[in-house]
Design a protein around this ligand. Structure first.
Ligand code: AMP
Ligand code: MG
Length: 402
């Protein structure tokens, strides 16, 4: 087992742990949140035919070069109608947004630039070829558009429908066990007795798992006893593709996840040189990948974002650009001094906002690793290298969380 390693080394070691990959075909209406298991090409041209971007008149541009032109109305082109009038010299066809451009016409005049008078229309403004959306200008039939590993969100779902697919082959969601450990933890909704706190990590971690396109299976709280923990880990290893625990990975006598993994599991590494989140543990239990996240709520989130999420994305075979991710690397200007950490990559919570010339970072709450409010009041994490503080005005690397 390696200890006290860099985040890069931790990611490299975790990369040897894999989850089984299966695929399943999912109907279009249920694709949101799924990840493509094979690339998707368009079945059609989009637009399928030349059509109008405006309500107005389909005309010949050459007829409309004067300040005002009078044209004879020869018919109407409506969306969904294939009975199109022919537009010859001196003619105009009424046209609705999205309707096919009738033969002969090569430009559109907006209805606002016209005056209709019985059988004729006076053209008072420009006839623009640019108001015609050309067949295939968005997508070409056969063109590969979405790569394997794309996370399907709202726009992707619309695009898949536009391309003519009624279903897609997706990666089966892996099931990730979420186990909280600690004798002090009780469920919200009950009275706290002295020394107790509300169990919160499993809710946040399960939500992070779901955001990555996997399924979270919460096991609730396991008390600090070896028997119970062993039983729950065995159960989770049987029915899940990976296991996430929180708490119990520090140096203390009651830090049983660490002790059990050392004695009976296969630990790859323990302790990563990051702050917050120093003591994560990683390895496998009965062949199932296991990440032991620290108990402090901020630490467990930060370790998930910086270590578990990239590992999960890679294990699921997602696309680096199009797949799920929780944060993007950006450059931000500090508005105040921020302390770094000795020997550790320092990930302080910052709020990232657009400024006059680029992104700026501000700090709003207490930074303690027990203060989960700091993950809500902020939307980013500094990436201050080991032994490096940031001064007001410095431009530094940061993670902008989604
Ligand atoms: P541990 O690593 O188990 O010593 O936990 C570190 C700190 O995080 C302690 O203050 C715990 O009470 C707290 N903690 C551990 N697990 C949870 C949890 N599931 N929800 C909220 N706080 C937790
Ligand atoms: Mg504990």
């Amino acid at each position: 087992m390696e200890t006290s390693i860099s985040l890069e080394r931790a990611l490299a070691l975790a990369g040897s742990l894999n989850i089984p990959r299966h695929t399943e075909t999912i109907p279009l209406s249920e694709l949101s949140g799924r990840i493509l298991a094979s690339p998707l090409s368009s079945k059609v041209d989009d637009p399928a035919f030349d059509n109008s971007a405006m309500d107005g008149w389909a005309v010949r541009a050459a007829d409309c070069t004067k300040e005002e032109t009078t044209l004879q109305i020869v018919g109407t082109s409506r969306a969904g109608n294939d009975q199109l009038p022919e537009v010859s010299t001196g003619h105009a066809s009424r046209i609705m947004t999205g309707a096919p451009v009738p033969p002969g016409a090569d430009a559109i005049v907006m209805v606002e630039d016209s005056a209709e008078e019985g059988e004729i229309v006076r053209i008072l403004g420009p006839a623009r070829p640019g108001y015609i959306r050309k067949q295939g200008e968005n997508l070409r039939q056969g063109q590969q558009i979405l790569p394997t590993g794309t996370l399907i969100g709202p726009a992707e779902a619309s695009l898949i429908a536009t391309m003519g697919h009624h279903e897609a082959e997706t990666i089966s969601k892996p099931t990730i066990a979420v186990i909280s450990t600690g004798d002090e933890l009780i469920q919200p909704g009950t009275e706290l007795s002295p020394g107790q706190i509300y169990e919160s990590n499993s809710y946040g971690i399960a939500s992070l798992v779901e955001k990555m396109g996997a399924t979270a299976k919460r096991y609730g709280v396991v008390h600090d006893n070896t028997e119970g923990l062993r039983t729950t880990l065995n159960e989770a290893a049987e029915s899940c593709d990976a296991i996430l625990t929180s708490g119990g990975v520090s140096m203390g006598e009651w830090d049983l996840v660490r002790r059990l993994m050392e004695d009976e599991g296969e630990a790859l590494f323990w302790k990563v040189l990051i702050r917050p989140g120093g003591p994560p543990l990683c390895g496998s239990w009965k062949g199932t990948p296991l990440f032991g996240l620290p108990g402090n709520p901020v630490s467990s989130h930060v370790v998930f974002i910086s270590l578990v999420a990239p590992w999960l994305a890679q294990s699921m075979g997602t696309d680096p650009e199009m797949g799920p991710r929780l944060a993007d690397r950006v450059r931000v200007r500090l508005t105040e001094d921020i302390k770094g950490a000795p020997k550790k990559l320092c990930m302080r919570r910052i709020r990232i906002e657009p400024g006059e010339d680029g992104l700026v970072a501000t700090v709003h709450t207490h930074q303690g690793s027990g203060n989960i409010h700091s993950m809500v009041a902020h939307n980013g994490l500094t990436l201050l290298p080991p032994d490096t503080g940031g001064k007001a005005g410095d431009i530094i690397d940061a993670l902008w969380c989604r």
